[in-house]
Design a protein around this ligand. Structure first.
Ligand code: PBG
Length: 322
C-alpha cells in the first residue's frame, strides 16, 4: 500500500496542521429576541437557552457576548398584539421599542454589528410577511412598507438590514430607499433562498407570529427546488445585495454549496430555530453529546460553504471555545 490516508491523521498536531476548515466566533451571528418593558428574561420553551429580553437586561447579555468574542447580532422584535395592524405601521413608528433598542445598543456598543429583520410579520395582524388582501399576499404594495421599515432602522443605526420577506424586487427597492435617505453604507443581507419550511416553529412561538390564515408558500420557496435558488440569488446580486442567505441551513447544505460556487458575495447560513431545537432536544434526552454534536454541526455548515452562520448556539459555541 503506497497510499495510507491514515498517516495524515496520526496525531492531533498533524490533524490540526492539515485541517481544511476553521470556524471562528467572528463567523457567528447570535439572534436575540427583544420585548418592550423592563426586567424581562423569559425562556422560549421550544428553544431552550434562548430568551425574550427587555432592553435593560439585553444590554448585559450583549456585553457578556462581546467578552466571549461574539460581536454580531440579529435582532427580532416581539410586538404586543394590540400594536399589530394590517399595514404594519408600528414597524416604522417613532415610538417603536425595537428601533429604540437598536439606537441604544449602538450607542453603548459601537463596535457591534447589528442586523435587523425587514418583514411585516412581527407587526402584521395577519401574521404574513406581506400585505394581505382577500387572502392574497400583495407584492408591489408591500415594497413601500418594507422600505419605510428599512429606512427607520437605518436612521436608528442598524448596520445591515435583513429583508426576510421574499417579496420580488425588494432588494432594489430597499437599496434605492436607503440611498435616497443618505444611508449608502447600510448593508443588505438578502434572505435569497428562504424556503417554506416546517423548521421555523420555535421562532414563530417566540414571536407569536404564525400566519392567521394560509401558509407562506406563495412567497417562500418550495423545499423541492434548487435551480430556483440560483435565480433568486442572481436577482438579489443584480439588485444590490451585500450578502446572500440560505435558510434553513442544515437541510439545505446543497443550496449553500451551490450558491457559494457561483457567487462572489458572502454566503450566510441561517441555522434556524427548529434545527437548533432538534439537536438540543436529542442532547437533553442524553441521545447526543451537546459539546461534540453542536460544534460539529456549525463546522459542517462552514465546510459546506457558509461564510457566516446565524445560530442560536453562537454564545454556547463561544463559551466552549474559551
Ligand atoms: C419571518 C422570519 C422567520 C424567521 C426569521 N424571520 C419565520 C417565518 O418566515 O415564518 C425564522 C427564523 C428561525 O426559525 O429561526 N420574517
Amino acid at each position: 500500500m503506497n497510499s495510507r490516508p491514515r498517516r495524515n491523521r496520526v496525531s492531533s498536531t498533524v490533524r490540526n496542521m492539515i485541517q481544511e476548515t476553521a470556524l471562528s466566533c467572528a463567523n457567528l451571528v447570535y439572534p436575540l429576541f427583544i420585548v418592550d418593558g423592563t426586567n424581562v428574561r423569559e425562556e422560549i420553551k421550544s428553544l431552550p437557552n434562548n430568551f425574550r429580553w427587555s432592553l435593560d437586561l439585553l444590554l448585559n447579555e450583549i456585553e457578556a457576548c462581546i467578552n466571549l468574542k461574539i460581536k454580531s447580532f440579529i435582532l427580532f422584535p416581539i410586538v404586543n398584539e394590540s400594536l399589530k395592524d394590517a399595514t404594519a405601521t408600528y414597524s416604522y413608528s417613532n415610538d417603536n421599542f425595537y428601533l429604540n433598542a437598536i439606537k441604544t445598543i449602538k450607542e453603548k456598543f459601537p463596535e457591534v454589528c447589528l442586523i435587523s429583520d425587514v418583514a411585516m410579520d412581527p407587526y402584521s395582524s395577519d401574521g404574513h410577511d406581506g400585505l394581505v388582501k382577500n387572502g392574497n399576499i400583495l407584492n408591489d404594495e408591500t415594497l413601500p412598507i418594507l422600505a419605510k421599515m428599512a429606512v427607520a432602522q437605518a436612521k436608528n443605526g442598524i448596520d445591515i438590514v435583513g429583508p426576510s420577506d421574499m417579496m420580488d424586487g425588494r432588494i432594489a427597492y430597499i437599496r434605492e430607499a436607503l440611498d435616497n435617505a443618505g444611508y449608502t453604507s447600510t448593508g443588505i443581507m438578502a434572505y435569497s433562498a428562504k424556503y417554506a419550511s416546517a423548521f421555523y416553529g420555535p421562532f414563530r412561538d417566540a414571536l407569536d407570529s404564525a400566519p392567521k390564515a394560509g401558509d407562506k408558500k406563495t412567497y417562500q420557496m418550495n423545499p423541492a427546488n434548487s435551480i430556483e435558488a440560483e435565480r433568486e440569488a442572481q436577482l438579489d446580486c443584480e439588485e444590490g445585495a451585500d450578502f446572500l442567505m440560505v435558510k434553513p441551513a442544515l437541510h439545505y447544505m446543497d443550496i449553500i454549496r451551490r450558491l457559494k460556487d457561483i457567487h462572489d458575495l458572502p454566503i450566510v447560513a441561517y441555522h434556524v430555530s427548529g434545527e437548533c431545537a432538534m439537536l438540543q432536544a436529542a442532547c437533553d434526552n442524553g441521545w447526543l453529546d451537546f459539546n461534540q454534536a453542536m460544534p460539529e454541526t456549525l463546522l459542517s455548515l462552514k465546510r459546506a460553504g457558509s461564510d457566516i452562520i446565524i445560530t442560536y448556539f453562537a454564545k454556547q459555541y463561544a463559551e466552549l471555545n474559551q
